[in-house]
Design a protein around this ligand. Structure first.
Ligand SMILES: [Zn+2]
Length: 551
């Protein structure tokens, strides 16, 4: 009897699992779509609330807004850490013949969920540690001879100061924050690796690339190619730059070090002409940007109205663009000053803005976004860099001086080459740091500097932690590579758009129509590399960037 009872019980159990399994299999596309709509409506609402709070925080610095941002972002995270929902999505994904648009949404969802499928303690520990790091960065003020300097004033010294002594002090002061941050970033790297291991990845670097649809081997190979194909050009320019700076600062050539360049991380054009800045001194940058985009046929009035454009106390001092609701509410934050950097930045942020505004509103919510940060960066970088073309200076500032034309174009090339070295360096640094966070990271940092900048490391840095002073290493990890891929894609686009516009500049309606139809409107319908292939009618290529840099 006993056995029979057990037998019946197991039959019942077996039946119920079969029924359950059948139910899963039969959950057809419509059912899944209904379930998805329900889930996405919650995400949509939460994301919009979060974006509105972020906007208030960044434009006012309000403490209430900061705590609201904190709670809304964890509520959003909680939505993406529901294991039952994740499993439902993964299991539906095994079905054959899923509609491609739905398949793409599922892929995006799985990537979004995967990074959150971790024990709650790990997630909590990571976000607590990141918040603490953020706090240190935000409150850090560099000191020179006991006097406090803001980040902007340090950068000003590196941009303009002639005194070698003060430049060296400013460069050194910009790195001090690293010493305090380094042990905390190492702890965080271990935690991030633990999270990645938990999900079956070798380390955090590999996980982050995989969840952004980037093939690590291909990426590193692309970066090697970019370096090898432009090294000759870089070395030639480096020599010219160092000779120019050694004359300017009256020091011998071998004394030139990172302190002599225009920014703490050797990314800008190190010998940018001050004449360029003077051109913008008395100009209305907003009017120029509006006219630039309107010539292309983009409507930017609402974007401008919704934006917060000028400096104010309590406001974020940098710049960004935010799509509040993945519809028409797109805003930018800027702190416009009449100089070339802000001209570039304004065109850059509005570039993100027009991309967001032109995404097809009829696409499902999940697809109303760029497929990868690199595609939107490519557009923003492409628009921003127009400032450094003679055609822009001619059309928008009425400049006729041939000497300035040559200077800006050489400057753009120098900037591409110096910036790329920094992107190579940071990317390889991150790859190696996550392989072994316990190694001597400061030695690694300067080894890579020597490799990529083909310059000797500066003296007396042995007991420092210069790598940790770079914001992205701690707080925007595995991100830097996107900027360089964006630059590379921007160069290909520039060439393509000139062909489309049949002119010597890209601020033409035909160029804009091309971008809207071939790229912006599709949102995330395709993976980033497929989108690029559709836009160019050929795969992602480095040739145009390499050509521009070696011209
Ligand atoms: Zn950007």
């Amino acid at each position: 009897m006993r056995n029979i009872k057990i037998f019946f019980m197991s039959v019942l159990f077996l039946l119920s699992t079969i029924v359950y399994a059948l139910d899963e299999v039969n959950m057809n596309q419509n059912n899944f779509q209904n379930f998805l709509d329900d889930f996405i409506s919650k995400v949509e609402l939460k994301e919009e609330q979060l974006n509105r709070a972020v906007w208030i925080l960044e434009t006012t610095g309000s403490k209430d807004a900061a705590s609201l941002v904190g709670s809304l972002s964890s509520e959003l995270k909680i939505l993406f850490s529901d294991k039952d929902i994740y499993e439902k999505i993964v299991s539906f994904n095994k079905e054959e013949e899923i509609d491609p648009l739905l398949k793409r949404q599922i892929h995006i969802l799985i990537n979004a969920f995967k990074g959150n499928m971790l024990p709650k303690e790990i997630l909590h520990e990571i976000s607590t540690k990141e918040a603490a790091l953020n706090q240190i960065y935000a409150n850090f003020r560099a000191k020179i001879d006991g006097k406090v300097y803001s980040e902007n004033s340090l950068r000003d010294i590196l941009r303009k100061e002639k005194s070698v002594d003060l430049r060296k002090k400013a460069w050194d002061a910009s790195k001090i924050v690293g010493i305090e941050l380094a042990p905390k970033i190492v702890e965080l790297a271990h935690l991030r690796n633990k999270a990645a291991n938990n999900l079956g990845y070798q380390n955090y670097f590999e996980m982050m690339l995989d969840l952004s649809d980037i093939n690590k081997i291909k990426l590193l190979k692309t970066f090697d190619d970019l370096k090898n194909k432009t090294d000759e050009s870089f070395n030639k320019i480096l020599l010219h730059v160092n000779e120019t700076l050694s004359n300017e600062f009256k020091v011998s050539l071998d004394e030139i070090g990172p302190w002599a360049y225009k920014d703490p991380f050797c990314q800008m054009d190190p010998i940018e002409t001050s004449k360029l800045n003077e051109l913008f001194q008395d100009k209305d940058l907003l009017k120029i940007s509006k006219s630039f985009y309107e010539q292309m046929g983009f409507k930017v009035d609402d974007l401008i109205d919704g934006s917060d454009l000028y400096e104010r106390d309590g406001k974020n001092q940098h710049a960004f663009c935010i799509s509040v609701n993945r519809k028409k509410d797109v805003r930018t934050l800027n702190n416009i000053k009449p100089n070339v950097q802000w001209m570039e930045t304004l065109l850059h942020e509005f570039g993100h803005g027009i991309y967001d505004l032109e995404i097809d509103e009829n696409l499902p919510w999940l697809l109303r976004e760029h497929p990868h940060i690199l595609t939107t960066e490519a557009i923003a970088l492409l628009m921003g860099r127009q400032v450094y073309t003679k055609e822009f200076l001619r059309d928008f500032l009425d400049v006729k001086d041939e000497k300035i034309f040559n200077e800006v174009e050489n400057g753009l090339k120098r900037r591409q080459l110096f910036f790329s070295r920094s992107a190579f360096m940071i990317t390889e640094f991150e790859a190696k740091m996550y392989e072994d966070p316990n190694q001597d990271l400061n030695t690694l940092w300067w080894d890579l500097y020597e490799k990529y900048y083909n310059s000797p490391r500066p003296k007396d840095r042995e007991d420092k932690a210069d790598w940790a002073a770079k914001y992205h290493v701690g707080l925007a990890p595995v991100y830097y590579y996107s900027y360089l891929l964006g630059e590379v894609f921007a160069s290909t686009l520039q060439k393509q758009l000139l062909d489309v516009a049949k002119d010597d500049n890209i601020w033409k309606k035909d160029a804009a129509i091309f971008l809207k139809d071939k790229m912006f409107s599709h949102g995330s319908k395709y993976r980033w590399d497929q989108l690029i292939e559709n836009v160019l009618d050929s795969p992602f290529s480095i040739d145009d960037w390499v050509e521009e840099c070696s011209r």
